[in-house]
Write a protein that binds this ligand. Sequence first.
Ligand code: APR
Length: 237
Amino acid sequence: MSKLNHIVILTGAGISAESGIDTFRSEGGLWEQYPIEQVATPEGFAADPALVHNFYNMRRAALKTVKPNAAHIALAKLEKGLHARGGSLTIITQNVDNLHEQGGAENVIHMHGILTSLLCQFCGHRWESHEDTSPNDSCIACQRRSGPRPDIVWFGEMPYELDRIDQVMSQADLFVSIGTSGAVYPAAGLVSEARRRGTKTLELNLEESQGSYLFDESRLGKAGDIVPKWVAEVLAA
Ligand code: APR
């Protein structure tokens, strides 16, 4: 593997599966337990804010009981190793957990938001919060009651930091996709963007994804096993 210095990694729910966080579309996944339109759309939130607050309260509370796994820790090691040789790592995650940060990664873009942040639907103020929320809460900035909502990108909403994502993709030597089914755009379109730019592409996933055919190389296995192995290869090059 030629020396790679600027790597962009897209991660999905599969990288957190071995930490005990449900994926969305695997057997018994979150979208089998909860209808997307009720808990992950602006319309669902408007119709029943208490239900949506509770869905995210349950997922936020679960964060306090899980730990980063070997894959999260390996990526943090990769970030430090690339820095040491004048390179860079950007992790673009679709996940709303904070396991990349808990594992030591610093340069993380949460394109679908994060469970530990709240957003005021009236004034747009964002703030960190780890506690349960309800429709009776007030925004800490504008004080409007029922202002706070989960700072999560719901279906039909614009993902965050798309300009920054475009900028890092334009400088990447390698684009790696880890633990995602390639079902949701624009995340699922990043591999095609990488190919258009002539950037090498690698997929590390438990099984074939919808976009496997688009990758130069696709390695199948559990992230906790194949990600540390791949990181060791890159850092040894
Ligand atoms: N190691 C590696 N990959 C795994 C593992 C594992 N231990 N377990 C599951 N996977 C793979 C599955 O094979 C699947 O391809 O992770 C992928 C998980 O796919 P999804 O459940 O669809 O999750 P994701 O791709 O992150 O979903 C994207 O959809 O619902 C929205 O906003 C939500 O961010 C989410 C987006």
